[in-house]
Every structure is written in structure tokens, then in C-alpha cells.
Design a protein around this ligand. Structure first.
Ligand SMILES: [Zn+2]
Length: 140
């Protein structure tokens, strides 16, 4: 402990106090170092940010598939989704338990899932094949 600590100097860096336990944290901290409570808005938007990032990965995969593995991955993921959509569609169209509205909603939902999955597979495959053609032209 030094006597110079009594001088009324401004803090070298700002601190943010935890709203839960009042512990001082780095201004850039997302969570309290002491109790782990969320400090910044980052922790609240994190799930949305992750969803957005995943959406971006899928879009990148569809727009610029770099390898056959990416294409196969898209086929696998969206192939399963398309199958799920088909199953929902077929089951909804054959079941009358929920009434006409439930049947229509189920069929439309199933068709929508199938259509989105089909478009993703089609786009990815087409872009992959087109990209390879461009590569071959560059090579020659
Ligand atoms: Zn805290």
C-alpha cells in the first residue's frame, strides 16, 4: 500500500460494476468475473448472433461450396429436412383427426420445409458444378 494511492487521480481505465454483486469488471467483459452474471448486451443477443452466424454459414455453403464434402453435408442435412417435410405432408394429408384446417396447415408446413430444403440442395449442387467448370476453364 503506497501513500500515493490517496491522490485523487482518475482511474487508468473504466470499470463496470456487476449489477448482481457489485464486483468491478473489465469494461469489455461480457460476464461478471465473480458471479458470472451477464454484464453487456452481448450476452443477451448471443443466441441470435449464433443463429445469424449459422444462417451465414449455410448461405455461404450454398453460394460458394468449396468442396464436395460441403455439398454432401448440405445434401445430408437438407435431405433429412426434405424427408421430414414429406413425412409431415403425407401424415397431415392422411389424418383427419385435427379437422380440415389442421390438415391444410400440416400439408402447407410440410411442403414449405420440403421446398426450402430442395432449393438449398439444388442451389448448392448447381453452384458447386458451376464453380468447377470455372476452375477447369482457368486451368486450361
Ligand atoms: Zn457479479
Amino acid at each position: 500500500m503506497s501513500t500515493e494511492a490517496h491522490q485523487d487521480l482518475p482511474e487508468p481505465h473504466e470499470e463496470q460494476l456487476c449489477t448482481s454483486c457489485a464486483a468491478p469488471n473489465e469494461p469489455t467483459a461480457d460476464f461478471c468475473v465473480k458471479c458470472g452474471a451477464p454484464l453487456s448486451s452481448f450476452s443477451m443477443i448471443a443466441p441470435f448472433e449464433r443463429l445469424f452466424a449459422e444462417g451465414f454459414i449455410y448461405r455461404q455453403a450454398a453460394d460458394r461450396p468449396r468442396s464436395l464434402i460441403t455439398v454432401l453435408g448440405v445434401w445430408f442435412i437438407f435431405g433429412m429436412m426434405a424427408s421430414g417435410g414429406l413425412i409431415i405432408m403425407i401424415m397431415s394429408s392422411q389424418s383427419t383427426a385435427g379437422g380440415l384446417v389442421a390438415t391444410i396447415v400440416g400439408v402447407v408446413f410440410g411442403v414449405a420445409i420440403f421446398a426450402v430444403s430442395f432449393v438449398m440442395i439444388w442451389k448448392t449442387t448447381r453452384n458447386y458444378l458451376t464453380r468447377n467448370e470455372i476452375d477447369h476453364k482457368t486451368d486450361a
